[in-house]
Structure formats: C-alpha cells, structure tokens
Design a protein around this ligand. Structure first.
Ligand code: FES
Length: 220
C-alpha cells in the first residue's frame, strides 16, 4: 500500500524525537501496525527511508521482534502466556481452549479477521498467572472458560474490560498508544493490587530489608 504524506509526516515526527533518527525505528514499526494492522514491505521501506537505513536493516528489526506482524492481525490480538508460571497454573489449558474455539493455532488469524492467537512469553504478571492478554491488556487469573467467554463477547461486539479496568479498544488502537502514550489512558484501571504487593507487605511487617550494596572493591 502506498504510504501517504500524512504517514510520512508522522514518521518524521517520530524520527525527530531522538538524537539519532534510527532510534525511532521501533516506534515507527508500531505506527505502521496502528495504521495498517500489520507491517508491510512498503511500510518497512518507508521507515527505513526516513531514518536512513537500508530496507534490509529495517526488515531485520521487524522480523526479529515478535510484536511486529507481517500478516494482518485482525481486530484483536489474543496472547496466552505459556511460560513456566502460567503454564503450570493452567496457561496451556487456556491456550488449548482458545485454539478449539477460534479454530487456529499459534501466530495465526481467524478467517473472519477478528482474532489473532499467539502463545506469548512471560508478561511480568506472574502474580496473576495464568495470564491472557487482549490487545496487550491483561486478563488476570484466567480460566479456559473465562478466556472463551472473552473472545465470544468480543465476537458479539460487546464491551469487554481488562480485569485491571481498561476497555479493550482493538489491536490498532493499542498500537497507536504504544507510539503516542500521551493519550490520557495511562492512569486508567488498577495496575497494582494487594496480591502484587504481598511480598513487600510481609517484608515490611517483619522489618526485613535488602542487604546493602558493597562499595566498589569490597565485593565478596
Ligand atoms: S509466567 Fe506468565 S506472566 Fe510470567
């Protein structure tokens, strides 16, 4: 798809954020995903052109990081953490239930273009394992039945919220927030709860503290 003047202008704005324009390559690729729902060869070439690297170098970045998709993702990205913590607590069963309901496997889109399913790595949310993400919003302590219910409600066009509060807005909208985080949404929901702070709470109750860091040359 041809890259519009408006898109090129936004790419240039991103490049201007950094002392070295090539540092903007990753947000630029997210911008292309927010506009096109995927990273296309034309999009990669436009990013490369603006930051002054070859299309091959930009493609190397786009193909290395799993958050960049070179096929259309569709309306919603569904991630299921299957790393050790989540896997042991039911993440594998959640993933299997979603495979069955959506009729797709890892890194694939449903035929109707509604969902993209992916096994994902640890989301640093292990206190609420097993964890599923919808457009990178958390669904904590998810069960197979709850996961299927989420995709069913999204498929019916109902409003769905993350278990931490924010409304699920769609893959492309989230991608835009990753590029332009000053959209006023950062403080939505409850990012920290008592379960996440349990270790700190116990440490405080018992008067525990971390050992000091030895001065240089005094290690061991
Ligand atoms: S292991 Fe799943 S969030 Fe950490």
């Amino acid at each position: 798809m041809a890259i519009s003047d408006s898109t090129r202008e936004q790419l240039q704005q991103l490049a201007a954020r950094y002392p070295r324009p090539r540092s903007a390559l990753m947000p630029m690729l997210h911008l292309m995903q927010s506009l096109e729902g995927e990273v296309t060869p034309d999009g990669i070439a436009a990013c490369a052109d603006v930051v002054g690297v070859s299309a091959a170098e930009a493609t190397a970045v786009a193909s290395f990081y799993t958050m960049y998709k070179r096929q259309p993702v569709g309306e919603h990205h569904i991630g299921v953490c299957v790393n050790t913590g989540c896997g042991l607590l039911g993440g594998d069963a959640v993933y299997e239930a979603l495979c069955e309901r959506l009729g797709v496997g890892h890194n694939a889109a449903t035929e109707d273009g509604k969902f993209w399913l992916e096994r994902i790595e640890c989301q640093a949310a292990c206190t609420h394992a097993p964890v599923m993400t919808v457009d990178w919003e958390y669904m904590d302590d998810v069960t197979p039945a709850a996961a299927v219910d989420v995709v069913d409600r999204l498929a019916r066009g109902e409003e769905v919220r993350s278990t931490r509060g924010p409304v699920i807005r769609g893959f492309q909208a989230t991608e835009r927030s990753l590029v332009f985080p000053d959209d006023g949404l950062a403080s939505e929901g409850t990012p920290v709860d008592a379960k996440m702070l349990a270790g700190l709470t116990v440490a405080k109750e018992r008067g525990m503290s971390a050992p000091g860091i030895p001065a240089a040359g005094q290690e061991g």
